[in-house]
Each structure stands twice: as C-alpha cells, then as structure tokens.
Write a protein that binds this ligand. Structure first.
Ligand code: MN3
Length: 295
C-alpha cells in the first residue's frame, strides 16, 4: 500500500516566463524510455514480482523503497513541465484564436490533449509504454538492468540540461542527478555484495561528476548524495544492510534517513480559461469553495 504526502520532493522555483519548448524537452525525463515513469514502473513491478523475499529481504527492501521515491520523481518532473507551460497563452474569446501560438510549438499535444499540462510521454510525443519494464525474476539480472537504467537516465538528464538554461528545468535536473546517483550506487553496491564484482568503480557514467552542475552541487553540499530516504513509517529497514560505508567522493558516510526529504509546496497552477481548464471562472470557484465550507 502507499501513503501520500502533498508536497514536492524539492522547493521548485516558479518561472518568470513560460517556456513551452523546454517543457517539450523535459517530457523525455518523464515519459521517455529512460524517464522517471520507467524507473518507477521497473522497480515497482520487480518488487511486486520478487521471489524469496524473506531470505533476500535487504534486496527486496532496496528495490521496493527506491520504487516509492520514484513516485515522487514523476510528480516533480510533471510539476516542472506544468510550470514551464503555465502562461504560454492568454485568455481570449475563441474567435481570437487564443491558442494560436501552440501550432508552432514543439508539442501541440500539450495544448490539445491536456489543459497545458504534462503527458505520460517522451520529448517527441511518443507514449510511455509497459515494454520499458524489465522484470526477469533473476535478481542479479534485474539489479544489473536497474544499474544500466539509472546510468541511461543520467545520460539523458545531462543532455536535457545541455538543451535548456531554464532555471526551473535545471533545478529539477540538478536534484534528480543527485538522487539518480544515489540509486545507481545503491544498485552497484547490491550487485557487489552478491557477486564480489566492484561495480561502483564503473561510476559515474557518463564520466562527469555531479559537482560540474551547479544545481546538483548545491544538493550535494547538503549531503543528499549520501542519503537514502526510507519511504515508509515502519518498513524497508533492511536497506541499511546495503546502504552503508564511506561515500565514494570521500565526503562522509552513506546513511539511511527515516522518512522522506522535507521537500517543498506543490505549486498552485493558475487557471487557463482559454483551455477551459478547469472550466469554472475564479468567482464561480470561490462560490463553490464557500458552499463546501458551509457544509
Ligand atoms: Mn528517479
């Protein structure tokens, strides 16, 4: 089962200007093959399908716990896409074509299929799909796949970072580079305990440290690259058997933190009357809210 906290993983800055083409590029990190939907669903199904959970508890706990953090990552990337899309168009009567700018933007689906909001798809508008989930049932093979997936995800995050200087996109990418680094190292260490092979030595892929990215460096200075959050009130405690010892960068010891990061507020997305989202006019919304308050 899941509990949910109505906060984002970080405090996401809100953009001064809309940037719908940056939103289109960021979609890859949400619904591309190596996006957060893929890390989420791979670890989720591997945890559902895990055999021998009692004997292999630390490995089950690791996969299940990281899966839960990934839920917060799809939420953060979706919030980034939404922030970048907000204000792309202005309210206006339909005959004035208030959405006309959208026909020349990278992803018209943002303006037709949704009310200027995130899609479960990639930067080219292709849908995320279940074929991206690898759940072989072989523990070493699944962990090896997860290590590969995190390295692929890191490569693509860096490429999107190189495509946009938008501070909202870069803040999100900086944070997820740090968290993805934790997950790649966790899977590498898990593989090392099972096989004796020094997999952590392969990192980082690609061969550029996170501290080259100012937005990632900021989170590392807060020690977030050493912390594995335990996303459960009582469970998944055996992750500490895998997540321990010195951090590879020599900055301190790896530690399990009980509970999620403090995070930040979920931004309140403005209404977009020209997209009929959410349709009601502000006065009507206030009236409905007042009615509900009266009970
Ligand atoms: Mn992630």
């Amino acid at each position: 089962m899941y509990l949910r906290i109505d906060r984002l993983a970080i405090e996401l800055p809100q953009p001064k200007e809309p940037d719908p083409n940056a939103a289109a590029a960021v979609q890859e990190l949400l619904g591309g093959r190596f996006g957060e939907m893929s890390t989420l669903m791979n670890y989720t199904y591997q945890s559902f399908n895990f055999r021998g959970r009692q004997k292999l508890r630390p490995y089950y706990d690791l996969i299940a716990n990281i899966a839960t953090e990934e839920l917060g990552h799809i939420e953060l990337v979706a919030a980034t896409v939404n922030a970048l899309l907000s204000g792309s168009t202005r309210p206006g009567e339909p005959e004035t074509a208030p959405l006309s700018i959208a026909k020349d933007l990278r992803n018209t689906h943002h303006f037709i299929a949704t009310g200027q909001a995130s899609l479960v798809g990639n930067s080219m508008g292709g849908h995320w799909n279940g074929d991206y989930v690898f759940s072989s049932g072989n523990l070493i093979l699944d962990l090896l796949h997860n290590f590969f997936l995190e390295c692929g995800a890191r490569t693509q995050k860096i490429r999107v970072y190189e495509m946009t200087t938008n501070p909202v996109a870069r803040e999100m990418i900086g944070y997820l580079l740090v968290r993805g680094g934790v997950h790649a190292l966790a899977y590498a260490k898990a593989l090392q305990t099972l096989t004796g092979v020094d997999i952590p030595k392969l990192l980082p892929i690609p061969k550029i440290e996170n501290d080259k990215f100012p937005e990632a460096r900021k989170f590392e200075e807060r020690g977030m690259h050493r912390k594995l959050y335990r996303f459960s009130p009582e469970d998944y405690k055996e992750i500490a058997k895998l997540w321990n010892g010195p951090a590879p960068d020599g900055s301190g010891n790896l530690e399990v933190v009980d509970g999620p990061p403090e995070g930040g507020p979920v931004p309140d997305l403005p209404e977009a009357p020209e997209s009929f989202a959410p349709e009601y006019h502000p006065e009507e919304l206030a009236e409905i809210a007042a009615r509900l308050m009266r009970g």
